[in-house]
Design a protein around this ligand. Sequence first.
Ligand SMILES: [Ca+2]
Ligand SMILES: [Ca+2]
Length: 176
Amino acid sequence: MKKLTYILFASVIILTGCSEDFELNDNDQNLNVQLLAGKYVAFTADGANVTIPDIDAEEGETGIELNVEVPTGSTSNVIVNFTFGGSAVFGTDFTVANATSSGGSVTIVPDPGDDPADLIDNVDIVVDLLTDNNQDGDKVLEVILSSASNADGSVLVGRGGTDLLKTAVINISDID
Ligand SMILES: [Ca+2]
Ligand SMILES: [Ca+2]
């Protein structure tokens, strides 16, 4: 009898647990659906590609444009924050306007029109590579999207909030 009571009791707990889990799952699923359908910013790739090729450049090249888009569009400005990685040193090997060694930000200003033919809202992160008259070897610069937000709150980074299209790589050849 004790065993039966225990089993019944355990069943009640399991059933109760299940119903709670279902509710939680439902909430989670709603949240996930919203997140997946939500806005994200990512580096612009050709077609349905989920990667962008490394950019090969050399010291002294300026105006290297890394395009960032918000594919679903946005009704308010999207501020995109980015950081730097790799062996290249800010201020020695490269600069980016209005950025520091710890990173910077650019703003995607939405296109006012709703014409589907309009380009997807986007902005360039512009990288200038520096000369140093020094045989310092080839360097690698990574520009990594770190966070983003618009008037509605935070916006995911990377395609669908994943690591895809979150990092752009510039290989910098030493010219000395
Ligand atoms: Ca250098
Ligand atoms: Ca050099």
